[in-house]
Design a protein around this ligand. Sequence first.
Ligand code: CNA
Length: 340
Amino acid sequence: MTEKNATSIKRLAKLVKNPNAKVIFMVGAGISTSCGIPDFRSPGTGLYDNLAKLNLPFAEAVFDIDFFEKNPEPFYTLAKELYPGNYEPSNFHYLMRLFQDKGKLHRVYTQNIDTLERAAGILPDNLVEAHGSFAKNHCIKCHKVFVQEIFEQAINEDKEFLKCVHCNGLIKPQIVFFGENLPSLFFSSWDDDCAKLGEDHIVIVAGTSLAVYPFASLPTEVPKITNRSLINLQRVGDFKNNPRKSDVIYLGSSDHAAEQLAAELGWLDDLKILTNMTTIKLQEDENRETCFTHEDKDLKLDKVADVLEKLKLDEREPEEKAGSEKGEKEKELEVQKERD
Ligand code: CNA
């Protein structure tokens, strides 16, 4: 780790350790590249560099509503690849989940459509999917809404492009295309959150080129008393054009930053438990490649087993739980009596 990054992690950890600290994450495709999902703009590996095989007039056409109307095939090809369930969350996704578990998460704003925040366990109330997701579909002509499964079926069974039963318009997942509005929740949630931002809040922007508006303007709107941090391969957006003295900048992989920040906060074991659970799940399916390549191969399986056991215990009926807790209390009292 460079000296600058090490200092940034220490500064960030100090801010998070403030007992009143609450974090808003603003994330993009860069936090999912380690899961095997290419971002848009990384030279050579980004989607836009690799869309040639789809025969597009211009790369962005794959998410262009007018183009989709004429030729839905490239989007279907891409959707099949990006469809939820094909990939597992990264270290960074699980770090955000840890912030939630530790009571330090205010909100996650994501531009991603891969739904890996949900897969990592971020609760719906804590999540704003600014560019929509595959969770619902709608007809682009009459706007009738359809359930997730119909699109899933269409791409799994290589069916013809889905058409609306009411008006014969094309059906597509509620992913925001260029030329479409963002979900109203994005605006209402940000209005509320932005008004509440104070000196105990930290806004962590990660894995995004901050090139797509209106999302890209969010960091600019963060009040000056609130701390901002950027975790990205390079400086972007407001952190490049209008940097603030207090900005905490980490230039490098978001997964490395996640591990280093977790270590500095004393959360590394918790992070490994979450990522190892995924590793175990992946190992069950021998044909799948795991996206986790932890240097620490010493899987803390005993620790994972402990956690699973605890989860099982917590699922017991309340009476059963109270009964065994009472038993334990009685045992403790007996031991105490014997000692006395
Ligand atoms: P982008 O424009 O491709 O930018 C990605 C940014 O992440 C770049 O600045 C990269 O340098 C940086 N980056 C790449 N890998 C890493 C890494 N390992 N660690 C840290 N930084 C990294 O993507 P944006 O999200 O900014 O653009 C918004 C678009 C991308 C949205 O409309 C998304 O829907 C769309 N998109 C989403 C996905 C996904 O859901 N996973 C994939 C590709 C594109």
